[in-house]
Write a protein that binds this ligand. Sequence first.
Ligand code: BDR
Ligand code: CA
Length: 303
Amino acid sequence: MESLIIDCDPGVDDMVAILLAHHVANVKGIVTVSGNVPVDTTTKNALLATELLQSDTPVYQGSAQPLESEPVHSAHVHGSDGLGGVPRIEHRRRPKAKDGVDFLLEEPTPDDWIVALGPLTNVASAIRRDPSWVNRIRGISLMGGSTTVGNITPTAEFNVYADPEAAACVFESGASIQMCGLNLTHQLLITDETIKELQGIDSDLAQFVTPMLNFLLYRMEALVGRRYAAMHDPCAVLAVTHPALFNFEKQSVHVELCGTLTRGMTVCDQRTTRRREQPNVQVALEIDAETARSLVIGSLKSP
Ligand code: BDR
Ligand code: CA
């Protein structure tokens, strides 16, 4: 099994990714970051995931603020608690005392993947403190960016937009990077059919996840007029554990920091001629969505 450290901002799809990751990989720790909701809330949600899983995976709280910009949240999609207001289970779990960035710097071995599912503030902070850290990890599998359209702006995807300086630092770091952007994650959709399938599963995980995903469909319907939603973050887990489900292409990817209309855009060089640079990112272009969806649903059948 692949060994992972998850850096995340749960978030409905982060929660699904955490549950999936515990089913298909060895999860060494979870680090939280400000993103969909403030970091105190993303930390509570990560702890709730470990309670649902009855897992000892340690949770470390990370950055409360982007590196240089003001925090941006996405409560209009995920709800003010990040999880669509679903009922919570009582528990006594707390985050570890160690700071999340310290954990990221100290824990990984060269076999460990960093699976980054939120703004890249913690990962970039680790790189700024020790640029050689990227040589001591297996790689970074991230959900972020897009080769095509954005979501939070016409050109920018939320995780990159929420901390563009951090994303730029990561993309320029020399790390081995796999990117699951919106161009890819929009292929892995859930619909009312998925909800029906989940309703037929008799497990605590499915009972927790079903109303959360139903809330997401309801929000997507209100925001964009359609009852389907992309399972963004699980893609970055599967890109590590099931790479055969993906088609990747190596491209140069850089983050736009200055554009008045394009700040936070991932500029992906998709030209087939005149490319001058060495590509720095394995960009995921296609996923076998049917198999991926059945892996996600299968992970909810038992802890
Ligand atoms: C990304 O932004 C967040 O809202 C999701 O959790 C996902 O990581 C999609 O743009
Ligand atoms: Ca996320």
